[in-house]
Design a protein around this ligand. Sequence first.
Ligand code: SF4
Ligand code: SF4
Length: 353
Amino acid sequence: MNKYDERDTMFSRMNLKEDSECYKYYYNRNPSMKEKDDFLRSLPEMGAKGSAMYNSINSPMVDAAFKYLSDIRRFSEGKVSENKSEVDPVLITKKIKGLAEFYNAKLVGITELKDYHYYSYRGRHEENYGDKIEKKHRFGIVFAVPMDLEMIMRAPKISEAIGVVKGYVEAATIGMILSYYIRELGYDARNHMDGNYLLVAPLVAMDAGLGEFGRNGLIITREHGPCIRLGVVSTDMPLIPDERKSFGVRELCRDCGRCARTCPGKAISKTDMEEKDGILRWKINSEECYRRWRSLGTDCAICIANCPFTYGISDELVSNIKTSNKARKTILENFDKKYGIRPIIREEADWLK
Ligand code: SF4
Ligand code: SF4
């Protein structure tokens, strides 16, 4: 699998300041992207005045949380205790997973990190733009926090964005606690959190058995579908890795396509998977998706709110997804009967009115 260059991600491109050295460097190498990126940057800033869902009192709740995340990201790395504790890999794996769950992670997995999990170059911030990333640690501990379902069902209103950023804050906190703890034990550890990833969290999650990529481009978990935020801690402390799991996401996605039908940006593929960077996935048009985010002033998430996996599927039906047309048909018919065109709560949460 090829490595991703963080400079190519939408967030990195949108951070580029016109006429900065990074801007010139990027568009000299990618001239065909300049015009469409300039247009996207000309739209209202995420959550700013001029976007459709803007609310002068509620929108700053999202900005405030992202500012907080930006302030704490410097704590992602730290000094390792000189007193190294001998650990039994089986026992410490149990304790690490238990600690993450105690801090409200609902899914935790571990994988042995490979080169392809890491970005090739950093791209989000001017201070380390273009720095080469080398694989540093042996293991990735990946955890998922579910997002508040009722807030996500209000997608694409501002409640949705407030629900999403809470997920980032919770994942960042869990990552901090785990990485501080591991360093106290005498092993290096790094928290990969919003705005400060060296690796691609969904790839780590897939290999650690948390879920599979769905048509909407997101990791779909058995327990909460795509309605989660991920965090990763990388470390050299000896741990026991988990296995990849497959429970039928590809098979249901092939028959379903609800996210693609209701995506306001038509950004989700309605056809079959394609190979990109050595991995077979459904194609997402990130530019069209991001354009909706800037116009709406929230990160939309209709494709999370409208996924049958988000609402839980019975064990009996899941166990037959891969092999039975009838099971897949039943899942989709049950979903349509219950929710119609799509699950939605039209009113903002009471406390936000
Ligand atoms: S809405 Fe349907 S097609 Fe889209 S990710 Fe969910 S199951 Fe797959
Ligand atoms: S977030 Fe919205 S615009 Fe983007 S892919 Fe999902 S449904 Fe489409």
